[in-house]
Design a protein around this ligand. Sequence first.
Ligand SMILES: [Fe+2]
Ligand SMILES: [Fe+2]
Length: 333
Amino acid sequence: MDHGRLEIMRAVEPFLEEQMPVLLRNPETNWQPSDFLPDLSSEEGFEQVRELQAEARELPEDVLVGLVGDMITEEALPTYASWIFPLEGVDHQGDPKTVWGAWNRGWCAEENRHGDVLNRYLYLTGRVNMREVEVTVQNLISDGGDTQTMNDPYRTFIYTSFQEIATRVSHLSVARYAEKAGASRLFKLCSRVAGDEHRHARAYSLFIEKFMEMDRDEIVLAFEDMMRKKITMPAMYMRERGKSIGETFKKFEYIATRSEIYTPRDYIDIVEQLLKRWDIEHLGGLSPAAQKAQEYLCQLPDRYRRIVERFKLRDPATPPRFSWLDVPERASI
Ligand SMILES: [Fe+2]
Ligand SMILES: [Fe+2]
């Protein structure tokens, strides 16, 4: 670990402490999963479940797969927390208490609602084989993932800036499909989850901006390194029962691209957004190495676009099947 990083992490703490009430919301007034789900303690609870099942019946299968994949990704939150705690400058198990530790706990606490609300919605739809989904969640948490960030706060927060936008795109796409299908409950809850992702993306990219004020060269170099390695997806190891690591993720990625829930074009748009947000193009006073990195970064969107224009989604030999959707047909509910 570069000691410069630790110093910078400490230097940003007062700013983070002051910003925390803006970056994170008060749990007592913020939305909670129950706000979007049938209230089974009320008389109308079961009627609401029937309505939920009726709207969910209208969802196309690809959207359902997208939603399950997004939910499984959210449910692997313990893995993501474990990526952030060991970073230099963040505390370990709350000791010593640092502002970065408080950020990570607060962020995880907000993220935890995403898996909860999606999981409960899907359970109530009756369209999903929950046991197989649960096996996939457990597999994913025990298999972990690889962000290629090497416990470096700069690389990690560049990664999270990217990923929060990517998850926002994915949840918003599902919300759009839900709206089209008349599934208003799902539309509302996915939109709210996407709203959280947006706020988190702004927070992480703000951290990078603060680091840049003091350590511009190193941020540009870290960004270049992450882009050369390519941003991996947090659920890259996703696998169903009896499958090998990543096998299910590949199928999920195919469906997400086919249905345009999340596509290579979105990847390019995110890179472009981050380049603009950090104004990489106009940074001056860089070291020769950082200048080279800057040049590399600025030509990336165009280069990716040329590749994507030639990209054709290749259909697998057999249409992908998911054990998640293995449920008996029901004549009526
Ligand atoms: Fe999330
Ligand atoms: Fe997130």
